[in-house]
Write a protein that binds this ligand. Structure first.
Ligand code: SIN
Length: 306
């Protein structure tokens, strides 16, 4: 058996490589599977799941921006029951670790969703979405308040022995404080960052381009801020950090891991270049060798600050 130098672990979760398809950029894997074998990923994360089906926000809900894009999708998804019956079997058959992203409008919602996901052995990780900026209740409104983060995660923790990752919003003054609240409540890992609340304007109509007025900015434009936040959180907590925010190359993966990430999520860049995970996986081994690392897991936290 050959040694897999890209293998890593996020707490108890072993990944064949550090690349995870980010929630909302991969659906449930069906579109990717029509193009390539999604088994290449270390993990795949579902679209944000709510208790009931959601059609999402009014269109237009995507707008391009320099080096990035805004989305105001509004958690369009088929709802928990449909997911469990129709999408989870497909996702679980793809091979990578299955991560379900759980979004709620209220504490009761989160309790029901986590309970539902916890009951199925095919769900390997639950990622709590405390960060979507495109819905009026739940998600980001909880994730911007460390007290609410702690209260919610404390209530969800006893419902499952599965790893609970908390996905944080960057739209806060101190992301480290938010991460510490999640850790204190029993989170197993912190995923960060989700999108930055943003806006674009059509100067002729004088209207926002997005029908929701605002949306979340993602893509390479946010990478330096996301990196700084990953590093802040890495220094503040003992649990693993899953980094994301504009990753589009093998070099970007290494940057995030040096800053403290144990694994990373690829999102927006996949929309431009669907074959990106395979390209990055080819480029990582020679890059590791060039940088003097013998395995990817050695990279985490090796940043030398001044
Ligand atoms: C959305 O569906 O509006 C985006 C999801 C997210 O930011 O978590």
């Amino acid at each position: 058996m050959t040694d897999n130098i890209l293998a890593c672990r996020v707490g108890s979760v072993e990944l064949a490589n550090p690349l995870i398809a980010a929630s909302g950029t991969f659906g449930f894997g069906r579109e990717a599977a029509a193009l390539y074998d999604p088994a290449c990923w270390g993990g795949i994360c579902s679209k944000g799941l709510t208790l009931r089906e959601r059609l999402g926000n009014a269109t237009p809900r995507v707008a391009e921006s320099a080096c990035g894009m805004l989305n105001s999708v509004g958690l369009q998804n088929p709802g928990l029951a449909y997911f469990m019956q129709n999408e989870l079997p497909f996702m679980a058959g793809l091979g990578p670790r299955v991560i379900a992203n759980a979004a709620g409008h209220s504490t009761e919602d989160y309790l029901s969703i986590v309970e539902g996901l916890a009951a199925d052995p095919r769900v390997e990780v639950i990622e709590l979405n405390l960060s979507c900026p495109n819905v009026a209740e739940g998600c980001m409104s909880i994730g911007t308040d460390p007290r609410q983060i702690r209260l919610l995660v404390e209530q969800l923790r006893p419902l499952t022995t599965k790893p609970l990752w908390v996905k944080l919003t960057p739209n806060v003054t101190s992301i480290a404080t938010a991460a510490m609240a999640a850790e204190a409540a029993g989170a197993d890992a912190i995923s960060l960052v989700n999108t930055f609340l943003a806006m674009r304007i059509d100067i002729r109509s004088r209207r926002p381009i997005l029908a929701n007025n605002t949306g979340g900015l993602s893509g390479p434009a946010i990478k330096p801020i996301a990196l700084r936040m990953v590093h802040d959180v890495y220094q503040a907590v003992k649990i693993p950090v899953v980094g994301m925010g504009g990753i589009a190359s093998a070099e970007d993966v290494i940057e995030f891991m040096l800053a403290g990430a144990t694994a990373v999520q690829l999102g927006t860049a996949q929309l431009v270049h669907p074959y990106l995970p395979m390209q990055i996986l080819e480029e990582l081994p020679p890059l590791l060798q060039e940088l003097g690392f013998s395995r990817i897991s050695e990279v985490t936290g090796q940043l030398k600050t001044y």
